[in-house]
Design a protein around this ligand. Sequence first.
Ligand code: ARG
Length: 458
Amino acid sequence: MALWAGRLSGNIDERLNALNASIGYDSRMFAEDIEGSVAHANMLGKIGILTSEETKALTAELAKISEEISSGALSIDQSAEDIHMFIEAELTKRLGTLGKKLHTARSRNDQVALDIRLYLNHQSIELNDLLKQLVSTICDIASKHLESVMPGYTHLQRAQPVTLAHYLMAYAQMFLRDISRLVDSKKRLCIMPLGSGALAGTTYPLDRQFVCDQLGFNAITANSIDGVSDRDFVLEFANILSIIMMHLSRFSEEIILWSSWEYQFISLSDQFSTGSSIMPQKKNPDLAELVRGKTARVYGDQFTLLTMMKGLPLAYNKDMQEDKEAIFDALDTVKQCLAVFSPMLSSAVFHTDKMKKAAQEGFINATDCADYLVKKGLAFRDAYKITGQLVNTCIKEGYTLDSLPLALYQKACSAFSEDIYQAIDLIHCVNMRSVEGGPSPKCVFKQIADVRHTLQSL
Ligand code: ARG
């Protein structure tokens, strides 16, 4: 029989139960539910609603239940409505009337709001570690490729020379921002809602700040209706997860392209590739494709949450129970993807010879050729036009800018002399791009050091 039996008989239709019960997915919050209950019980003891013996007995039994669930000694009864009901029922089974006192001045509405906040806070720490590991893997790879020239692209057309290190560090910057988003979101996540009750607070003289301090949260919610109705923090978390997936997905797309026969910039290790059931030659980047594919799923979860909330009148509505499956699915997906991404990268082989060849063939030093003429006194637009014509000549005659004879350069513009070859040399072009944030090995070396330093402070 349900704990809320009284006004109702407590026996609900089995089909309603199947829809109503959330124990199948919210039991993963058992530790947080107990953490919140212990803080609540301590506070009830502090304000004299429970005696100190009662408080001790309650908190000790709650701790025991938590340990037993963790170790597997106590299995969660799947016929309970949700994890909150299960733990309260278990406590009451063990302590009798005392167990029934725990829920004084508390509603499941403020209880569940606290539990999700605690749970996401813990998950945020795990995500942080996974992201840090990824950024540090990228830094390790980048530091080996400070001078590995490759073409940078715009419109997926070869554009200007960069290095593999510079390219990879662009992703490190994105993941670093993801970490900072997670850290920043704690300002709004770690707010303590207990005391909001069902929606209208409570007549008991609760010490809400005491509960907040015990849980290590930043502040208490300022409005009891908002305290039980707010799920912005779940949405914000889902948004951060979506952005992480968007970054992973772009990176995956590059890996998929780079491992194609057309690019051949990268070979994934056999452990992180799959074969085809029919084509014996195939080595497929399934992992990267799945990460790209699963991005859709995380976006879907975010959309579920936004849509679930958009029409809800204040305060708590049962619709809000749907937040859990969506955010849990998004979390699980992101964690799974992050966990495989780092080893996939660190076990991959980057073919810098192929990258260099692509860099030599794409006229990516054309801007440098134009800049050379500017340094000789031409206006940039004129220099741009002359260089464009030279590229045309190269394509027609089968040259690159590096192999185009000086006579042809000089035919296009008399300002060219022998030093043009040095000016458009790829390594030289990269070295010259030494503006802060640029691809020169010196700049990227500093960038890697800065990122590693930032990682330590996060
Ligand atoms: N399982 C519910 C949820 O996840 C707990 C809150 C239930 N509150 C209620 N008034 N029925 O949202």
